[in-house]
Design a protein around this ligand. Structure first.
Ligand SMILES: [Mg+2]
Length: 249
């Protein structure tokens, strides 16, 4: 069961109004763990929103090569839960769809799958030349910017330059605060260390809430072997846990 599925189960058992939100890319929707999590969440009516960020590419693999399903949200059909597809680059539409899904979960009506169509304006990681993408595909992605679209939307509703600048500054500060890349050169891998958060985790008595330190390793698959990267991350997690302060995940 996924971490977000566990959080949803914990929220239900504790009878809180918490809603767990699980984020994944479209490249993960055909994996067994995701489909099993959908099933469990549906069977137990768990307050979970599965958000699939669909940018057409799983690193260098185009979506049409690995699945015949048009939208990831269609996966919900097999589990008798709502699946909603939101077209590309529209933050307001995303907000409205998310609000409805969260409300549905909070009202005890179970999970929803949202697929959010976005575009990838850069490589999968630093140093990715994107030689597998056509020039047209990359140019089309650069022409569509959800932030610019949102800025136009806000200006249409009377937001002025000062307020816009303040929002940009606040957004940058939140990103800087939430994600710190501490390994970069020689630009084949980036280790992300996020903020310490309280998370539900299984223990001998059922579910316990522990402080966790999310670690995320992105690496260039053409240079770094996946097993080596997994070993590195596993060793790092052990060291963090040995220090006795956090559970790494
Ligand atoms: Mg993707």
């Amino acid at each position: 069961m996924s971490a977000r599925g566990r959080s949803g189960l914990a929220a239900k058992k504790r009878n809180t109004d918490s809603v767990a939100v699980a984020y994944l890319g479209e490249g993960a929707v055909d994996q067994g763990g995701f489909l099993e999590s959908l099933n469990l969440a549906a069977v137990h009516d768990l307050p979970v929103v599965f958000v699939v960020e669909d940018n057409d590419w799983a690193i260098s693999t185009p979506q049409e090569r690995v699945t015949d399903v048009e939208f990831a949200s269609n996966r919900a059909d097999g589990f008798d839960m709502p699946g909603v597809h939101v077209d590309r680059d529209d933050a307001v539409a995303v907000y409205e769809a998310a609000a409805e899904a969260v409300g549905r979960a909070r009202d005890g009506n179970g999970p929803t799958v949202l697929s959010i169509q976005v575009h990838r304006r850069m490589g999968h990681l630093v140093g990715d030349p994107q030689s597998y993408r056509s020039d047209e595909d990359q140019a089309a992605a650069m022409d569509r910017d959800s932030i610019e679209r949102m800025e136009g939307h806000l200006r249409d509703h009377g937001v002025d330059d000062d307020a816009m600048a303040e929002m940009r500054e606040d957004a940058h500060a939140r990103v800087d605060d939430g994600f710190t890349p501490i390994i970069n050169p020689p630009e084949v891998a980036i280790l992300g260390v996020s903020r310490v958060r309280e998370r539900a985790q299984p223990d001998d008595d059922g579910v316990a809430f522990r402080e966790t330190l999310p670690l995320d390793l992105s690496f260039d698959h053409r240079v770094v072997d996946g097993a080596d990267a997994a070993r590195f991350l596993g060793t790092l997690a052990e060291r963090v846990e040995d220090a006795g302060r956090y559970a790494a995940e």
